[in-house]
Write a protein that binds this ligand. Sequence first.
Ligand code: AMP
Length: 270
Amino acid sequence: MKIITSIFDLNKEIKDYKNIGFVPTMGGIHAGHISLIKASQNKKSKTIVSIFVNPTQFNKGDDFKKYPRNIQKDIAILKKLNVEYLFTPNTEDIYKFKAKKFNLKRKDKILCAKFRVGHFEGVLNVMNRLMTIIKSKDLYMGEKDYQQLYLIKKFLSKKFKARINSCPTIRINNKIALSTRNKLLKKRSINKASEIALFLKKIKYKSKLQGSKLAFNLPDYKKELEKKYNIKIDYLEFRDEKNLKLSNFKNKYRLFVAYNIDSVRLIDNY
Ligand code: AMP
């Protein structure tokens, strides 16, 4: 595996390759990331994984500082997977060239965009920069961060004529979704989060039978969960997969959740 830090070196290295699979990450490589890498490798693409903890997408400085990092362990995992390239740029390089700024419209200011003001503007900004540098036609991203996937498809896939390949959420024992942030949780909170995942899966299942009637009860479920697990839920909403509008249960939909536990913010969808 070649580890490349400078944009210049990366361009020199990949300029002759047509089918490159790009897996953008913030590191702390886990089975969720690995599933994206395998999806890229299954397409017989050369794979570039990037590890860049992007400061502009964090609303709180503290959250950025606390974000788990372990580059040596990541390198060992990626080498074992036979990834061809690891790109680990520094912040100055990524932000030194001029690039378009993105603003969300009112209708996009829902779910995490409502609760983490400026977060997705930061995500779109950095993804625009990374896609400008790497020019890959195939990106691999996880459904775990469904709104991110949706916004990148909406704002960037046409501009770069790139396919955003969405990959299913990888969970521990079918319950809590893998996430680098889980490393910040106490064992007790991991157990709580697993129970919460199971509960929400059941609600999703019930909703298939009861539809809008159940949606009506969501505020009660929200209160019940907050009380039982001592968590603060930002949102718990059924929304359509295609356009993230509030679901009327006629089209494919998901149950979206974000909550804080141990001062760590977790998101998921079912
Ligand atoms: P992150 O390093 O958290 O920014 O995530 C990098 C990519 O991995 C994003 O496309 C995420 O959606 C994806 N990802 C993170 N966790 C999971 C998971 N549990 N299952 C599948 N994909 C994931």
